[in-house]
Ligand binder design. Structure first.
Ligand code: UDP
Ligand code: MG
Length: 320
């Protein structure tokens, strides 16, 4: 079990040149208050701007700042995973680079951890400066997820959290590709508690989570924690075929005992369209799962690192 310092802070970054300097300053100011050893693990998720150059400068000045450089953009959840693989603290904090999660809350998280909690997650009581669309979809998503999964994933929490070394190690053991870290932490168990905070506006720059990435994350969340959609698809399919069978009897009755059979053309088209639509969407549900099974079956590494700075050892190895 690696433990080279008191606290590790993992910061995933994707094109964050506008904000990363202030983030670094505010984080350092908070971490200095502990009077303990710490490290900041920046993970550059294939940024195409000056993010990497800026962090490299911090690394030169301060050996507690570390950088993991990806070979391309692998996505937020994977970047966080890499940070956790490299982090060596007795506790690990995950925080976004854009200061939407206030670094000052880490002080409260550490206090709860010292009381004996293994996971302290931040719960958003208010979200500032985010669009109506984002807030509504996020809120609906958390509740939908809750109804879909058997794992008790707390609502209105992001990845901003502190985890004890043992939770971090447990998570690093899970190498699935479709990662929904909040869910995996809930699944892991241990003693969990929350601290509340107001989620601020992004300090600078734009969101790196467009609708496309949000949809992907929600699908990953639902499919990795629940097979309910498959079961619902099955139930719906059964109900519809039962209804279809009843209608078949009606049609046969009309054919043999009445003169009105040609009138059925409209309803025939309507039902055919309806059933084809439903069949295709149910196939889509099945496809989402099969696609993920295929991705997992390839067993590729989760990410590729092109460079690393200020680490004395690679993850899993003892420090030199
Ligand atoms: N991020 C990343 N890779 C990506 C997208 C985002 O590492 O492909 C990082 C980003 O730099 C930020 C965090 O993930 O530190 C959260 O992203 P963002 O703030 O854009 O999401 P939002 O808060 O709008 O949901
Ligand atoms: Mg943000």
């Amino acid at each position: 079990m690696k433990q080279h310092c008191f606290l590790s802070v993992v910061v995933p970054m994707y094109n964050e040149e506008e904000v990363i300097e202030i983030t670094y300053r505010r984080l350092t100011a908070v971490l200095e208050t502990f009077d303990e050893t710490y490290e900041i693990v920046f993970v550059n998720d294939g940024s195409r701007d000056r993010t990497s150059a800026i962090v490299r400068r911090f690394c030169e000045q301060d050996s507690r700042v570390k950088l993991v450089e990806f070979s391309r953009n692998f996505g937020h959840q994977i970047a966080v995973t890499a940070g956790m693989d490299y982090a060596a603290g007795r506790a690990v904090v995950l925080i976004d680079a854009d200061l939407q999660d206030p670094p000052e809350l880490i002080i409260e998280m550490v206090a709860r951890w010292r009381e004996g909690f293994d996971v302290v997650y931040g719960r958003r009581v208010e979200r500032r400066g985010e669009s109506w669309f984002k807030k509504t979809t996020a809120s609906l998503f958390y509740r939908f997820l809750r109804s879909m999964t058997s794992v008790n994933i707390p609502v209105d929490t992001g990845d901003f959290r502190l985890m004890d070394r043992k939770v971090c190690d447990a998570l690093s053991e899970m190498r699935e590709r479709s990662r929904f870290i909040r869910g995996m932490v809930s699944w892991a168990g241990f003693r969990q508690t929350s601290v509340e905070y107001v989620r601020d506006e992004r300090a600078a720059g734009e969101t790196k989570y467009p609708l496309r990435k949000m949809i992907r994350l929600s699908l990953d969340a639902v499919t990795s924690f629940s097979t309910k959609p498959l079961k619902l698809a099955g139930i719906l399919g059964f109900l519809l075929s039962a209804a279809g069978f009843v209608y078949l009897i009606v049609v046969l009755f009309q054919h043999f005992f009445t003169e009105t059979t040609t009138q059925g053309w409209t309803s025939l088209i309507a039902i055919s369209l309806l059933f084809h639509g439903i069949t295709l969407s149910l196939l889509g549900v099945v496809g989402e799962y099969i696609g993920r099974i295929y991705e997992e079956a390839k067993r590729r590494p989760l990410y590729l690192v092109s460079d690393q700075l200020n680490f004395s050892s690679r993850p899993g190895e003892a420090p030199q």
